[in-house]
Write a protein that binds this ligand. Structure first.
Ligand SMILES: *Cc1c(COP(=O)(O)O)cnc(C)c1O
Length: 560
């Protein structure tokens, strides 16, 4: 298996990811290694990293460059290859990092680098920035990832790749290279429909985006300029979308034998978006060994000792004594509140119901929904029982709406200062993600349906006994059992359609927080701990990348 992803988040020091897609790719590779799946992964190097986030007192995000010491983390490979970009030859090399599974089986990850002295100054920058440029820069990167990726794998000795897995459309140009390989093998210079069928047989495509605007598309003029005048390729039936756009999702759909969305509901939405394609669903997960906090890892070691090797055994968390669950949670919470004190200067209290929200800051995630009626929220905290809120999340540098969202949260923080403690932690990262998802008491999630393809942070929380309070979208449609694994926000029936109403969703949030969640937390600790335990036993045991990888192997990879 060759697994291609525009971003892969392996660990904190390697800044080659921006968010959910990359973190999922990293977790996928870890589970492939645990599961001894013969796989090699390919991505780009991004020597200049993704940005570090700083937030001024006014709540405005600033981006700080985040170059990282490549040589300290990765091993340079001797192999070299090249691709044509706009008719220029761009030379490429690869750096390797091995991800080792529980039994020592290694999956290599190759990071492609165009920063070689043989290349022009411009071409040297093509693998510097993740999502850092315009369409032209991005398409050049996709040529390097897709075409360059296949070529470098060949140079590295992977002559016999059974299947290629495209994690989202960014990698879909790999199909052009394997089409060309098929044509060359048949002694032709141009690709044909017959090559197309042979290629389809070897490709697997995962789509992650439920909204049409989120799919990668390029004007055909730009595509011809960057990729070359490949009429044979651009003319292949169904590859193009609407005649004048190269749509990477359609390319992936048309060239794959197996296609999936990333949650059951996302599969349904994708079948509506892309009528005529057979689209399955494999619900995302998180890597258990990576996201369980140290106190919960100790707890599981004592009571379900096989949990790392056999994630299903987390089902037996049902028999862990409640006091031990509570004390492990308290330890994780203390660690988070210590960080909040040091980094944000906010003195939070251990006894208070602590709500977490850490997502990419972008309008559809509605991170400020809970502040829609700040007065009411303050009354709830004064009356039903106190709450405090921990926030984190970066806005994409060009997402003005996302930056304004962060600023509105800062404004709410000031406005509510006398009633509710709120901390916005800077520079959301995987380390911080692990600390917040395990250290709060309740995970809040308020996307506008059906925008959330899956979402994974609620799964990290569930593994650590932290229930979700979430709109019924993405994975939560599958993981939600009211009052047992958490709580829903809004009307589940309306949640299936469009036309969300922010004020009704906010009202539903306030009602349930005041009438159900806060009373349970303060007045029925046993009842609360039962919800924690069910979060682990029902959701932690299932929404992990071990189960997910098993589904890919059984339904998509057909490994023999
Ligand atoms: C888990 C994680 C994400 C993805 O979260 P979603 O809930 O899937 O959006 C993004 N960034 C970081 C740092 C994470 O740890």
């Amino acid at each position: 298996m060759a697994y291609f992803s525009m971003e892969i988040g392996l660990e904190e020091g390697i800044h080659t990811y921006s968010g959910g897609l990359g973190v999922l790719a990293g977790d996928t590779i870890r589970s492939a290694a645990d599961f001894r799946v013969p796989m090699a992964a390919v991505t780009l190097l991004y020597r200049k990293g993704h940005f570090r986030q700083e937030i001024g007192d006014d709540g405005w995000q600033r981006e700080v460059a985040a170059a990282w010491p490549v040589e300290e983390h990765l091993e340079e490979m001797g192999a070299r290859t090249a691709v044509e970009v706009e008719g220029r030859t761009v030379h490429l090399r690869a750096w390797k990092r091995e991800v080792t599974g529980i039994d020592g089986f290694a999956v290599p990850v190759y990071f492609i680098d165009s920063d070689l002295s043989e290349n022009s100054d411009w071409d040297r920058t093509l693998t510097h920035h993740l999502y850092g440029g315009d369409d032209h820069y991005r398409l050049s990167q996709e040529v390097i990832l897709g075409i360059g990726g296949v070529r470098i794998l060949r140079e590295l000795g992977y002559g016999d790749v059974k299947s290629f897995h495209m994690n989202e459309g960014h990698a879909a140009l790999l199909t052009l290279e394997i089409l060309d390989e098929a044509a060359r093998a048949a002694g032709r210079r141009e690709v044909t429909e017959e090559d197309k069928r042979a290629v389809q047989d070897r490709c697997v495509f995962t789509t992650h985006t439920p909204v049409p605007a989120g799919h990668d598309k390029f004007p055909i003029g730009l595509a011809r300029k960057v990729i070359g005048d490949r009429d044979d390729f651009f003319g292949l039936g169904g590859v193009l979308y609407e005649g004048n756009l190269l749509n990477m999702t359609y390319l992936g759909l048309n060239m794959s034998r197996y296609i999936n969305g990333v949650a059951k509901k996302h599969g349904e939405i994708s079948r509506l978006l892309f009528a005529g394609y057979c689209i399955d669903a494999i619900t995302n997960g998180v890597h258990v060994g990576r996201w369980v906090s140290p106190p919960f890892a100790e707890l599981f070691d004592r009571h379900v000792p096989m949990w790392r090797r056999d994630n299903f055994s987390l089902r037996y968390a049902l028999s862990i004594p409640r006091e031990e669950v509570w004390s492990a949670h308290t330890e994780a919470k203390r660690r988070l509140l210590g960080y909040v004190r040091e980094e944000a200067g906010v003195e939070m209290e251990e006894e208070i119901l602590t709500i977490g929200f850490a997502r990419r800051a972008t309008p559809y995630k509605r991170g400020d929904l809970i502040f829609r009626d700040g007065e009411r929220l303050a009354r709830i905290s004064r009356g039903a029982g106190e709450i405090q809120l921990v926030y984190a999340g970066k806005a994409h540098p060009r997402d003005q709406g996302g930056k304004e969202l962060i600023r509105r949260i800062f404004q709410a923080k000031d406005a509510l200062r006398d009633d509710i403690k709120i901390a916005y932690l800077e520079d959301y990262s995987m380390t911080l993600g692990g600390m917040i998802t395990s250290g709060v008491d309740l995970w809040l999630n308020t996307p506008e349906p059906p925008m959330e393809a899956s979402g994974t942070s609620g799964m990290k929380a569930a593994l650590n006994g932290v229930p979700s309070f979430s709109v019924l979208d993405g994975w939560w449609v599958e993981g939600h059992i009211e009052g047992l694994t958490g709580w829903s926000i809004g009307d589940p029936v309306r949640g299936k359609g469009e036309g969300r109403d922010n004020s009704r969703d906010a009202a539903s949030l306030y009602e349930k927080l005041e009438g159900v969640i806060i009373p349970l937390f303060y007045q029925d600790r046993e009842g609360w701990t039962d919800v924690m335990i069910h979060s682990v036993a029902i959701n932690g045991s299932f929404f992990n990348t071990q189960r997910m990888m098993q589904e890919y192997v059984l339904n998509a990879y057909y490994l023999r």
